[in-house]
Ligand binder design. Structure first.
Ligand code: PEP
Ligand code: MG
Length: 347
């Protein structure tokens, strides 16, 4: 049945995956690439999160660079494995987008270890941790705001991604890398990160005497980006709609806190559907449509996708077909549903 569906659908179906295991599962379900690899998820094991915290808490740039050097081999190896598993399929790897509160919840023992490794006293480490705390972490120094504040983080990630792809090319594989900048609201933010990626590529390419074709694009996940889409499209290879954040910022609903009032909203009929599950076509959908029109006008070959949770929701998939997206990306287990819904949308 899915074979029949594939004959009719216009949308390609990719997956959201951060590990080679997820990639294998998704390929078995018929995924045609990765639409979102969240690199912050690669830092969540104990050893790496410690290294990440040292980097972010380092007082001086030189110290931060040293800790980043420590993270580079891990990242390169992760990307190598993912690109190898997905050989020949497009893989969109997103630059770091960590809400800080998920990384700075450090235990007393953790503070002690950090103090030892950073050669600082515990009081100073606690002071730096407190300094980085934010009142509204989901709207704070996330996404490209981090890479703009600390360009060396973007440099390290670009080096790891492109380094892995170049290695695969030397091994006669066919890596199809797409580097994605998160939480962009205006052109300048995108160009800032794009320039770092290009510079890193040029250095690597010279060092290895090797060339690689790759893409650079952006998430469209805040309303401001939808209205800058015409400008950004001139410089981007692709847009991927981050409808989780786009819903959060359009409604002004905190993704992490809706549980406290949504049940009442549904009970009283204020909301008929959960907008985090199904695209609210009148608001979030209208913004997407606007961004697609503006984007296509200035870049007819712009690739358009969606990687928010809605990418696996049949009703939203119908909407994505109508506004002319090229692909949806969803969790591995929703790939078959997405293939079917994409065909039903056409029929
Ligand atoms: C999104 O915002 O829709 C998205 C895919 O990014 P994240 O969920 O990681 O914020
Ligand atoms: Mg997001």
């Amino acid at each position: 049945m899915l074979g029949w569906a594939d004959r009719y659908r216009r949308l390609r179906v990719r997956t959201n995956a951060d590990t080679p295991e997820d990639c294998v599962t998704a390929l078995q379900f018929g995924a045609q690439g990765i639409g979102l690899c969240r690199t912050e998820h690669m830092f969540f094991n104990e050893k790496r999160i410690h290294q990440f915290r040292k980097m972010i808490l380092a007082g001086k740039r030189n110290a931060r660079l040293e800790h980043l050097r420590g993270l580079l081999p891990y990242q390169r190896k992760d990307f190598y494995k993912i690109l190898k598993t997905m050989d020949g399929f497009p893989v969109t790897i997103r630059l770091l987008d960590p809400p800080f509160h998920e990384f700075l919840d450090v235990s007393t023992k953790g503070v002690e270890e950090l103090a030892k490794d950073l050669k600082e006293n515990k009081k100073e480490v606690t002071r730096r941790i407190n300094q980085l705390q934010e009142v509204n972490p989901m709207l704070g120094r996330r996404g490209c705001r981090l890479g703009i504040s600390y360009p060396e983080i973007t440099e390290m990630q670009a080096e790891a991604i492109l380094g892995a792809a170049l290695k695969l090319k030397r091994e006669k594989k066919n890596p199809k890398v797409e580097i994605m900048v998160p939480l962009v609201g205006n052109l300048e933010e995108f160009l800032n990160q794009k320039n770092i990626i290009i510079k890193t590529y040029e250095e690597l390419s010279k060092k290895h005497k090797q060339k690689l074709s790759y893409k650079i694009g952006t998430m469209i996940e805040v309303p401001r980006a939808c209205f800058s889409a015409d400008k950004i499209a001139k410089h981007a290879d692709f847009f991927s709609f981050g409808t989780n954040d786009l819903t959060q910022t359009t409604f002004g609903f905190s993704r992490d806190d809706v549980g406290s009032f949504f049940p009442t909203y549904f009970e009283k009929g204020i909301l008929a559907l959960d907008p985090f599950e199904s695209i609210d076509e009148k608001s979030v959908g209208a913004l997407m449509d606007e961004a697609v029109k503006r984007g296509k006008k200035n870049n007819p070959v712009l690739s358009l996708g969606i990687c928010g949770e809605h990418g696996g929701d049949p009703k939203s998939i119908h909407f994505c077909t109508r506004i002319g997206l090229h692909y949806v990306s969803c969790s591995p287990f929703r790939v078959p549903v997405a293939r079917l819904a994409a065909a039903q949308a056409v029929l």
